[in-house]
Design a protein around this ligand. Structure first.
Ligand code: ADP
Ligand code: MG
Length: 233
């Protein structure tokens, strides 16, 4: 699903340059549930944004579902982004004056989907995240965990091939964090490929594979069972 080879990314600020990704190689198959871990500033979001086609690498190759992602026009990039990718953010990014159902339906509007289908899909996905009764509540009337579930429903409504989540539990308490991760596990069980960026070890352990970023490269890449086995030696 995702094939990354020798990816490099630097940020330039005036005459200074910060080399953040220094040759990343990463292969993710359809149906995997992967976490990208690393300390603050290690480049997790930079990598996720490149995978999410929100940013471009300086060097290296990236193939998403057999499509080489390079030098795409803005228009083509937007089409692929909508078709392939769903995003979940730490701060939920819901629109405050729209209710849960309208928030879920909004990306579908930009994809030119009819009002009737938008409404059906919004209600279907809200039900899927256990929020059918909250469809007509505003974000301000929802708890943090509920807001993140609305955001998950919104990401799922476009039926993306890959779900990308940048610190999805970063704004939630521990119990709610585990609930959201349980939720993502359920979605992965149904076959969805999911990538989660986190700096929290216990959150990463709720995925199936942990990729550790350090000093611009992948320091470790292991399935969670392997990590657990090595911890119990
Ligand atoms: P993480 O998500 O692991 O905390 P980031 O990918 O956000 O790390 O950032 C990696 C490094 O790149 C940090 O040192 C950060 O300050 C820097 N950085 C991130 N985005 C930009 C940007 N747009 N311009 C300049 N520097 C940036
Ligand atoms: Mg980050």
């Amino acid at each position: 699903m995702i094939q990354i080879k020798e990816l490099h990314k630097s940020y330039r600020m005036g005459s200074n340059s910060l080399h953040v990704l220094k040759g990343i190689n990463l292969d993710i198959k359809e149906g995997e549930f992967v976490s990208i871990m690393g300390s603050s500033g290690s480049g997790k979001s930079t990598l996720l944004n490149i995978i999410g086609m929100l940013d471009e690498a300086d060097k290296g190759s990236y193939v998403l579902d057999n499509v080489p992602i390079k030098n795409l026009s803005e228009k083509k990039a937007a089409i692929y982004r909508n078709k392939f990718l769903g995003f979940i953010f730490q701060s939920f990014n819901l629109i405050n004056y729209k209710d849960a159902a309208e928030n879920v339906a909004l990306p579908l509007y930009y994809q030119g989907i009819s009002r009737k289908i938008r409404k059906e899909k919004a209600l279907y996905y809200l039900e899927k995240v256990g929020l059918a009764d909250w469809a007509h509540h505003l974000p301000s009337e929802l708890s943090g965990g509920q807001k993140q579930r609305v955001a998950i429903a919104r990401a799922l409504a476009s039926e993306p091939k890959v779900l990308l989540a940048d610190e999805p539990t970063g704004a939630l308490d521990t119990k709610t964090s585990y609930e959201v991760m349980d939720f993502l596990q359920g979605i992965n069980d149904e076959g969805k490929t999911i990538l989660v960026v986190t700096h929290e070890e216990d959150i990463a352990h709720m995925t199936k594979r942990i990729v550790m970023l350090k000093d611009g490269v992948i320091e470790q890449d292991k399935f969670v069972e392997q990590v657990r086995a090595s911890e119990h030696v």
